[in-house]
Design a protein around this ligand. Structure first.
Ligand code: NAP
Length: 454
């Protein structure tokens, strides 16, 4: 059985029965058949169904938002924004997939040569709980529009969301078995990847999960896209607008209760403004309210589970032991759920967990840098490379640093890193490889085929 536990009070929401091996095999066989038909449908047909999916999301916004908040504890207003973004990505690929995948003529010595983008078949998505709808829709919208079919193994604690997503596609009129959610524990993912019907895998999750999926898929020569963890650095230079910068940095650290792969995690501040930034940061952070995620006056809800909250607290304690200065929070409250307060650690240095590891919760690590060069060096001194940001009033300076100096998949200037259907999203180093969203995302799971005619 797979259980969904309400992180606000630790009570069981529902138990779900895992799919049996025989049911799973039957599902895969039916999906393979569904693919043969689906890949022949026109873009305009697929697009009309994807538009329906967007409409259903908008119609059932409140129901799905409440489900997300119940299962993983994100503030309800952020759940609503997540549903809106899912509808956006459905519309975006409904409008653009055909343009992105149109044959491209290339002049050669042949009479006619062109590149065509053909779907691959049944694609497996292994997804995390932190953005239970968004992570799935940003995979599913391009994948299905390209003519593939998708099977979802969602994180065990959001099985209700997993089934609700299948319901969206079904109500939108997608043929049966074009999109399927299956409830199964992560120990069975290896076998699923090895099944010959699965053609490729997209995983969003932690580095260990990514390594495991990539190594199994690699042994069967199946393509993977890996969207893994991050420890995004935000570089604050001496000429930054400190009021705006601090607000952006705090909000970016606290979004989704701090449980976002692209949340700002390390704030690397040059020495001229370090003390002022730190003081303002603590001041701003201490007004952020933790509590019931259904109460709209709260800024953060609980963490997704007590286990994850306790691991986070352990990282904080180990950082303090290694010399970090605790300026705010840093304790486990006497509350029934998985709550953890907004926390600030200053004087964080390489070698401390708050610098070296991903802290997946509302804990800010503030790091002092000597100057711009030192700040960039510290920013890049990480095994991750997902997002990064730089804050300076000199936009040309910011652009140069973002483009040439920061080693990450997305580098933003004077704003927090966010995903957008129109822009490619993904990482380098242990944050993974491959890209989601934009034209790049839809070309990950297609055969980029050359046709050349004499
Ligand atoms: P997780 O524990 O790695 O789980 C992610 C998914 O992988 C779940 O469906 C999980 O299933 C499954 N899984 C876990 N171990 C596995 C294994 N050994 N083999 C196959 N599947 C496995 O991560 P999470 O706690 O849900 O999510 C948080 C992590 O995701 C953070 O590191 C965060 O940075 C990262 N993330 C990255 C992005 C990005 O775009 N780069 C976006 C969001 C989150 P069970 O739940 O059944 O264990």
């Amino acid at each position: 059985m797979v259980q969904s536990i309400n992180p606000s009070n630790n009570e069981l929401i529902k138990s779900y029965k895992e799919i049996s091996d025989i049911e799973l095999q039957n599902t895969l066989v039916r999906m393979k058949t569904a693919f043969e038909n689906w890949k022949q449908q026109s873009f305009s047909f697929r697009s009309s169904l994807m538009k329906n999916a967007a409409e259903i999301l908008r119609k059932k916004r409140e129901e799905y938002s409440k489900l997300m908040t119940l299962e993983m504890g994100k503030p309800i207003s952020q759940s609503r924004a997540e549903i809106d973004k899912c509808a956006w990505v459905c519309d975006y690929y409904a409008d653009n997939a055909e343009k992105f995948l149109t044959d491209e003529i290339i002049k050669t010595d042949s009479t006619k040569s062109f590149v065509t983008y053909q779907p691959l078949g049944v694609i497996l998505a292994v997804m995390p709980w932190n953005f239970p709808f968004w992570q799935v829709f940003r995979f599913a919208a391009p994948t299905l529009m390209a003519g593939n079919v998708g099977i979802l193994k969602h994180a065990s604690n959001v099985s209700g969301c997993s089934l609700a997503i299948e319901e969206v596609f079904s109500e939108a009129g997608f043929p049966e078995f074009v999109f399927k959610s299956v409830i199964l524990s992560s120990s069975r993912v290896k076998d699923l990847i090895s099944n010959p019907i699965i053609q490729a895998v997209s995983i969003t999750g932690s580095v260990p999960a990514g390594k495991s999926v990539a190594s199994v898929a690699g042994s069967f020569i199946k393509k993977t896209v890996l969207e893994l963890g991050g420890s995004d650095p935000y570089v604050v230079l001496e000429d930054a607008d400190l009021t705006e910068t601090v607000q952006t940095c705090v909000n970016s650290r606290l979004i989704n209760g701090g449980q976002s792969c692209i949340a700002a995690k390390r704030f690397i501040v040059v020495k001229e403004v370090y003390d002022r930034f730190t003081e303002m940061y603590v001041d701003f952070m201490k007004h952020k309210k933790m509590g019931d995620p259904f109460d709209e006056t709260n800024d953060i809800g609980p963490q997704a589970s007590v286990k994850l909250r306790d691991e986070l607290h352990d990282q904080v304690l180990r950082s303090i032991e290694a010399g970090a200065k605790l300026l705010l929070g840093g304790f486990v409250p006497e509350l029934k759920g998985a709550f953890y307060p907004p926390t600030v650690l200053a004087d964080v240095k390489p070698g401390m967990p708050a610098f070296d590891e991903e802290l997946f919760g509302p804990v800010a690590a503030i790091v002092k840098a000597e100057d711009e060069d030192d700040a960039i060096k510290l920013a890049n001194q990480t095994v991750f490379g997902l997002g990064a940001a730089v804050f300076t009033k000199d936009v040309a300076r910011g652009e140069r640093i973002a483009k040439e100096k920061l080693n990450a998949g997305s580098c933003f200037v004077n704003q927090f890193v966010r995903s957008d259907p129109r822009l490619p999203f993904g990482g380098i180093k242990e944050s993974g490889y491959g890209r989601e969203l934009s034209v790049f995302g839809i070309r990950e799971f297609v055969n980029i085929k050359t046709v050349s005619i004499k």
